[in-house]
Design a protein around this ligand. Structure first.
Ligand SMILES: [Zn+2]
Length: 263
């Protein structure tokens, strides 16, 4: 079993504010990275116990979320300043299952702790074919198009609800309960890791008993992005084929979800 593990910083227990915890100049930023890395390691350990042979961890947090020195000895890390072209390995289609550790809810979810879609400072919403999507759907649709099912997610309670609604049969573990965009009730770091380790094992067992289907939506695809400011929309329009809907909104069109979902 080869595992593709997306990670993010804002759905980790103990990480609750943008200013102090998840922006690179935040006073607890390094601490947040260590917390994420420990949650990832708990998941890797659970996966190894269930027979995983390869775990590729993707550092999905823009400015970096994994504290490299502490990464589980058996995991490999895809990291750096990632773009649509480098976010996934070239052989992504050869992995058997996908999962996300440390995920937050999409932009605009009330009480979703640290809710945002890609850029917390620029994006009001993403819609794919008229339906609001966040980073969970982006990853699940990308891996789904490669026939890889997303079997597990950990994050705050709103991220877990988002995943449950999107992917029938997914196993989720909530490590904190959002009270607002910058406040939450966190489990202890120890308990969060324990639940993630158990949850990942349950996810593999559940998937073996009753396989989770790769997530696929019918094309053709229209990805609408609405930004808070006009200059972000200006920059988005520099890409060929992007349609300007209004001063703050653009649309991308494609028959291939892989080409559009991280564009
Ligand atoms: Zn994110």
């Amino acid at each position: 079993m080869r595992v593709l593990m997306m990670t993010d910083l804002e759905g980790v227990s103990g990480v609750v504010t943008f200013r102090d915890h998840s922006y690179p100049d935040g006073r607890y930023y390094e601490r947040s990275m260590r917390l994420l890395t420990a949650e990832v390691n708990a998941a890797v350990e659970g996966l190894l116990e269930e027979g995983a042979t390869d775990v590729l961890v993707i550092d999905g947090h823009g400015s970096g979320g994994i504290w490299f020195e502490d990464l589980h000895p058996k995991a490999r890390l895809l990291h750096g300043r990632l773009s649509a072209d480098t976010l996934m390995p070239d052989d992504a289609g050869t992995y058997d299952v996908a999962m996300i550790i440390g995920q937050h809810a999409m932009a605009g979810v009330e009480r979703g702790n640290l809710n945002h879609t890609q850029s917390s400072k620029n994006v009001e919403y993403y819609k794919l074919n008229g339906r609001l999507i966040g980073e969970i759907a982006q990853f699940a649709l990308y891996t789904g198009a490669l026939e890889i099912p997303m079997i597990f997610l950990s994050g705050d309670d709103a991220a877990c609800r988002e995943a449950d609604e999107l992917i029938p049969g997914i196993t989720t573990v909530s490590v904190k309960e959002g009270l607002g965009r910058n406040s939450a009730i966190s489990l202890s770091a120890f308990e969060a890791r324990r639940r993630i380790g158990e949850g990942v094992k349950n996810a593999v067992v559940n998937h073996r008993k009753s396989p989770v289907a790769p997530l696929k939506w019918q094309g053709p695809y229209v990805l609408e992005k609405r930004f808070f400011h006009t200059d972000t929309a200006d920059r988005a329009c520099a890409m060929p084929g992007v349609e300007r809907v209004d001063s703050q909104t653009v649309r991308l069109h494609s028959d291939n979800v892989l080409e559009i979902i991280y564009a």
